[in-house]
Design a binder for this molecule. Sequence first.
Ligand SMILES: [Zn+2]
Length: 392
Amino acid sequence: MMNRRQFVGAASAALIARASKARAAVYDLIIKGGRVIDPSVALDAVRDVAIAGGSIVAVDANVAGDATQTIDARGKIVAPGLIDIHTHAARSKEGPPMALLDGITGWVDAGSGGADNIDQMAAVARSSPQIGRVLVNISRLGVAPGGELHDINLANVALAQGAIVRNRDVVIGVKARLSENVAGPNDLEALRRAQEAAAPFNLPVMIHIGQSYSPMRAILSLLKRGDIVTHVYAPAPNGIIDDQGRLYPDVQAARRRGVLFDFGNGVADHFDWATVERSVKQGFWPDTFSTDWNVMSKTTGVVDFPNVMSKFLMFGMPLTEVIARATVNAARVFPSFDNRGTLNVGAPADVAILELREGSFEFLDSYKGTRSGRQRLFPAETVLAGKRVLRA
Ligand SMILES: [Zn+2]
């Protein structure tokens, strides 16, 4: 039962709604009738998304009013633009527009560049159509084919800090690759130096794990709240599970104190199905998904970000949680993405329209292991800052 006061309030709200409809709001774009999945506000429902001035202005069951353009999204998923926190998109100016076609409206290049070559990566980030940011490699060389940390003198704190100062607008963290084929026995010292470089700027450190010289426990003990572990399911030696397949307690302890764990698909040695399976059976899922993408990824096990996300549908993760890990969870890792990864009213109108197809789809791990799943997300269309992204 409404009392009189509530009734008056409801009536005037209805009047205001009618009056605003009479003004026939004009939008730049309405994405009509899609299944809107926006984990940032726990929304999963058929909705229209109205956009004006580059921002989301309404998400409603039926948005009235004219729009300059309309996208018919019936039968498709309308999600916040995807944010990929481990890519190598800054290696060339061709990278970011390619990633955009896969629904990626925000990316982080994770350590392609070090002090010697970060300026060119930063320039690519600044000229990217979508928001692009970079992590500076603690090795002055950046990612180097034979391994950039075999000579520990390449991990030069002063040079890394200089790189950050020169590119404060786009450098949002420090990267260290700790595999034995990259760092040999220098992994812990390289990580200490990465922390030292990042500390005065209050930036996080992202580490790449897998087949390291030092045990996981020693590596994790150096990480702080907000630091990120990528390639979380890298197999032994020195992964997150022991020889009996049990998750090391140190891993859960690190998560409890705020260390983040990222999938980081990549190409070689970064994950195998057995490690994923053992970990998720013990309830250990990644906080974020990422591709470790580069311009060659179409022809590797990455293919595209929605393909990487689909691997976790195969392991039984609910679709809304899969999308959360590629949107709002990723946005929360770095303050640069504060208002992204959401379709909430007022947010930049970055949207990934995806198609969820049923069938039989084959997925690859880093060792040519295949598993087949019954669902696969495909990129259908991207909207960036309220504008449709056209395929060349
Ligand atoms: Zn990488």
